[in-house]
Design a protein around this ligand. Structure first.
Ligand code: URA
Length: 252
């Protein structure tokens, strides 16, 4: 019995308390989730009375991982032009990790070109970062591109349906013109699910509208119009949760 008790986690905190603390809902709501069999801890459906070590337990609600580890940090940065998306640049250019706190060490989730600006996530949460960048989860990324010329409706359709690039055709995308095109320049909002190298620039170039300026404005459910270039902030618990739900895997 003693072995069973410790395997089920007689030590540790009550599961509903841990879930409530990270914003899943009230303790009573969390108890109901557990009773309904919607909470999985370390691969097993949890039962009421379950205790966990929040530092090590892998907890999922409805298939979405729940971040209970207090050592995990998640930052949202507005990367300015000229800053590189690496931890270390041999050419000595400024890097994104120098803008946010140095400890704990974080890494960028995916990348933006040096000449692209906009939203970038940085974290030490390897599991979440993996899911956000893995093609099978297909997280949406939204960009606003200032392009030369004004794309026609046929060109927009072409961008939506797929462009043949040298590394293969692009997946279906959303492409709309934002606002009124001014003379020889237009603003194009493009939403893509892939993360190929310089993809938006290459797509626009391929249809005859080279990009003058490129800004990433959304990553899955995360957007922030108030962040200035070079500014960053920690994600709110609700945002981390929204991200985790976005990349939830019902087979976890
Ligand atoms: N597409 C690009 O062309 N550049 C980026 O930085 C991101 C997407």
């Amino acid at each position: 019995m003693a072995a069973l008790d410790s395997a089920a986690g007689r030590d540790g905190e009550r599961l509903q308390k841990v879930l409530a603390r990270v914003g899943i809902g009230s303790r009573r709501t969390c108890e109901s989730l557990i009773a309904e069999g919607r909470v999985v801890v370390d691969g097993e459906v949890a039962v009421l009375g379950r205790r966990v070590d929040p530092g090590t337990a892998r907890i999922f609600v409805d298939g979405a991982p729940v971040g209970t580890r207090s050592d995990l940090v998640h930052y949202l940065l507005y990367k300015p032009v000229g800053v590189v998306t690496t931890a270390d640049d041999p050419q000595g250019r400024p890097t994104v990790v120098e803008i946010v706190p140095l400890e704990p060490r974080v890494f960028p989730v995916g990348r933006l070109d040096t000449d692209t600006e906009g939203l970038l996530l940085l974290t030490n949460d390897g599991e979440l970062a993996h899911r956000l960048t893995h093609p099978s989860y297909g997280v949406e990324k939204e960009y606003v591109a200032e392009v030369d010329g004004v794309p026609t409706r046929a060109t927009l359709r072409h961008l939506r349906e797929g462009i043949n690039l040298e590394d293969g055709p692009t997946a279906p995308a959303r492409a709309v013109i934002v606002g009124d095109a001014q003379g020889s320049v237009a603003l194009l909002r493009l939403t893509i699910h892939e993360g190929r190298n310089r993809q938006v620039r290459r797509m626009c170039e391929a249809v005859g509208h080279p990009v003058r300026r490129l800004v990433r404005t959304r990553i899955g459910p995360i957007a922030d119009r108030t962040l200035e270039p070079g500014a960053w902030r920690p994600l709110a618990i609700s945002e981390v949760r929204a991200l985790a739900e976005f990349v939830a895997d019902q087979f976890d």
